[in-house]
Every structure is written in C-alpha cells, then in structure tokens.
Design a protein around this ligand. Structure first.
Ligand code: FDA
Length: 398
C-alpha cells in the first residue's frame, strides 16, 4: 500500500456498486466532498448484468414483508423514506424510460448501462470522485474519523461508508470486506449464505430432472416460512426458475421443499370430468391435459402418477389422492449452486448494530453499512435494488 497522504474527504465510500454510487450522489447534493473507491476496473458491474441486461431496478409493490432479515422491522424506515416512486421520478429526470414486466417488476426499456450512466453522471455533477482499480488495506480510527490505506494512497475521512456488497458471484469481484470491517469494529455478522440461487440434486433426482432439462411449468414453491406462485425450470443439475430462486432464500441445508405442481389448475375436477368423458383412456393421458407431456412421463416413471391404463379403474378417491400428492410434491435438494450463481447474499452485517433510520453503526459514529452487505435481503423482482437505493438515501440524509 502507498504510504503517502493523498486526500481527506467528508465521506469515503468503499464499493462503486448501486448502493455506493447512489449514496455518493445524495451526499454530494447535501454538500459533502465524497470519494468512491472500488477494486474493480468498472463501476456497478452487477447493475450492468442485472435483469438480463435491462436492470429490474425496483418493484412497485415493495413492502417490508418482501425482505428477509433477522429483524423484519429494520428495513421499514429506509423503505418509507425513499420509495419506488422516488426512484421512478429520478429516472424521469434522466429521460430513462421503463416498463412493468410482471408482478410489479420495473425494467429499463433500453440497456442497464443507462442506470450506470445516471449514477456516475450524478456523482460527477455533485463533484464526487471515483477511483477504480483501488484496493483497500488497513482501516483505523482517528480523532475525527477514519484513516484508510489504499493502493492509491492514504485517505482520511470523517465518514466511512461500506457499500462493498456480499459474497455472490466472486468472479465479479465480490469480497467479504464489509464483514471484515464490521467485525473489526465489534459488529456481529449473521452467517452469509447464497440466496436467489438454483437447487442441485443428487442420484435419481438429478438424472430425472436432467432428462427433462429446459422444461418450465408454473408451481407454488413452499418452505416452512414462505410460498411463491411462479415458474419453475428443470435444469441439468436440478431446479431453477423464479419460484425456486425465491424459495431458496428461505431454505436451510437439509430441509425438503414442497412444490404444488397443480397450483390453480383445478386438477381434481378436470380429471373426474375426463374420466366421465373418456373412461377407456389412461390416467397419464388425462394428466397430459393438465401438465406438460414430458413431466407426466417422468412422474409416471417415478411412480408419482399411477400407471393406470383405464381411467374407469381410477376411483374418485384415488384421483383425489394423486392430486393431493402432486400438490405437495416433496423433494430434498442436495444443496444450491452456491456463490457462483447466487443473485444475492442473505445474512450479513447484523442490523442490531445499526440505526434503522441512518444505517450508521451504533458502536462507531461515522461508520455506515449500506446495500447488500447488510442483513436485509429482498425477494426476486427488483426488491434488492430498491433496498440499495433506500438504504443509501437513508445514510446520505444522516
Ligand atoms: P454490489 O455488489 O453491486 O457492489 C459492490 C461493489 O463493491 C462492487 O463494485 C465491488 O467490486 C466492490 N468491492 C467488493 N469488495 C471490494 C473490496 N474488497 N475493495 C474494493 N471494492 C470492493 N437485483 C434487483 O433488484 N434486480 C435485478 O434485476 C437483479 N439482477 C441481478 C442479476 C444478477 C446476475 C446478480 C448477480 C444480481 C442481481 N440483482 C438484482 C441483485 C443486485 O445486483 C444486488 O442486490 C445489488 O447489486 C447490490 O448492490 P450493492 O451496491 O450493495 O453491491
């Protein structure tokens, strides 16, 4: 690390992602001299790849219930003070147009790069500085702030804002810096775990699911704590798709997941009507009027659907039993695809040590944690970016 004293700032932000850049512009507007540093060569790379390149930047239905945290009340204050509409208004000022895709999810009409340009542009407009390719060394307290050794020199700052994200996607520069800094200053960490991540399976399940990889169907995915009615996708390694990613955030190692394969399909009534109309057709052909053929074949092979040549031989109670079983199809993942593909990190800096209105450390005045590094994890669908905007805004108002 370079030992020369280079600069002093009102605020030093570590991490030029969505949270760090948004904080810097808001703090700059409030008159602070801000420097943002990042070890990556480009800012906000996750914004660039998000939403399939069109950044699902918020969700209009955002409520505190859409977030997972040891303290479910923590996010309320920040979310109330900077809402999805506030972010939409900001996009309008930059002529960034958008559309709602589904379930309140808002995407850019153009590329995600428009949001990065907005974030970096606002930083520059407020005279903020951005220093990329810069690694962070020792951090210590001074009489009126912090001293941070970096590969670009020593920086002295009154406020230190940690916006370095979580552990997901290490090849994009994810690091545990936020947790190291938090521990250094006496904070506790809620065990970080991969979230919004596909499940992998072993043995028979793995080969079964691989045999129909690429097939998608609507399901309700359930764990002990939540339920999501969305699409599921069979993959070479197991299961993915929105319903699976959502439930993965609530899943703990070793737990089964329950899938309702017949959600909203009125299957019992339809199968009984089919029996009345086609008593000589097979049960599998009846199921094929409800589920994709390849899934019906697989479920028959696995014994989840009875291999009954004539519907006439299926009693109504036998039909009800199959419907019940497929509505509670219970399978046990071997694990998840892990940090390599997890969209976010659940867990992180314990909110018990932070102010919910300013995200400032309760232990060390002037130290802030914002964005994904905090133990607040949104559902799939724009909620995570809304948390980055809201938490950054709250910290900048402090
Ligand atoms: P983020 O990780 O974005 O930024 C942290 C920054 O800190 C990075 O620039 C990194 O290089 C830097 N850094 C890390 N360690 C450092 C160190 N030691 N020294 C210096 N710098 C360091 N969410 C959503 O709401 N809608 C969506 O459409 C998507 N889509 C999506 C797709 C994919 C593929 C992924 C992986 C994730 C999403 N997300 C998402 C989640 C969303 O990207 C995520 O919640 C935010 O980017 C978090 O923003 P932060 O600024 O907190 O961290």
């Amino acid at each position: 690390m370079n030992g020369i004293l280079t600069h002093s700032f009102d605020a030093l932000v570590i991490g030029a992602g969505a949270a760090g850049l948004f904080y810097a512009a808001r703090a700059g507007e409030a008159g602070l001299r801000v420097l943002v540093i990042d070890h990556a060569a480009k800012p906000a790379e996750k914004v660039r790849i998000s939403g399939g390149g069109r950044c699902n930047f918020t969700n209009i239905h955002t409520r505190p219930e859409n977030f997972i945290s040891e303290n479910p009340h923590f996010a309320k204050s920040a979310l109330a003070r900077f809402t999805p509409q506030d972010f939409i208004d900001r996009l309008a000022r930059h002529d960034i147009t958008w559309h709602e895709k589904t379930l309140g999810q808002l995407f850019c009409d153009g590329r995600s790069a428009a949001i990065i340009d907005m974030l970096v542009g606002e930083l520059r407009e407020t005279s903020g500085e951005l220093q990329l390719d810069t690694s962070v060394g020792e951090i210590s307290r001074t009489a009126d702030g912090f001293r941070v050794e970096t590969s670009g020199g020593i920086i002295e700052t009154r406020r230190l804002v940690i916006a370095s994200g979580g552990l997901s996607i290490p090849k994009m520069g994810a690091s545990g810096l936020a947790y190291d800094v938090a521990r250094q200053f006496g904070h506790t960490i809620i065990d970080p775990r991969p979230a919004l991540v596909p499940f992998v399976f072993e043995g028979r399940d793995k080969s079964d699911f691989a045999s129909i990889s690429g097939l998608a169907c609507p399901v309700t995915a359930r764990s002990e704590r939540a339920a999501f009615e969305e699409a599921m996708l069979f993959t070479h390694r197991g299961l993915s798709g929105p319903a699976i990613l959502q439930i993965s955030s609530y899943w703990a190692e070793g737990e089964p997941i329950r899938l309702d394969l017949l959600a909203g399909l009125d299957a019992g009534e339809r199968l009984k009507a089919f029996k009345a109309d086609h008593p000589r057709k097979s049960f599998a052909s009846a199921m094929e009027t409800i589920l994709p053929n390849r899934l019906v074949s697989l479920l028959t092979l696995r014994g989840d659907i009875p291999d009954m040549p004539r519907m006439a031989d299926m009693s109504h109670s036998a039909i009800d039993n199959v419907v019940e079983d497929l509505s509670n199809w219970t399978i046990k993942p071997a694990g998840t695809e892990g940090w390599r593909t997890a969209e976010v990190t659940a867990g992180g800096v314990d909110t018990a040590g932070l102010s919910s209105s300013t995200l400032e450390s309760r232990r060390v005045p002037g130290l802030y944690f914002i964005g994904e590094c905090v133990d607040v994890t949104g559902w799939l669908g724009g909620y995570n970016f809304q948390w980055t905007w809201s938490s950054a805004f709250a910290a900048a108002q402090a």
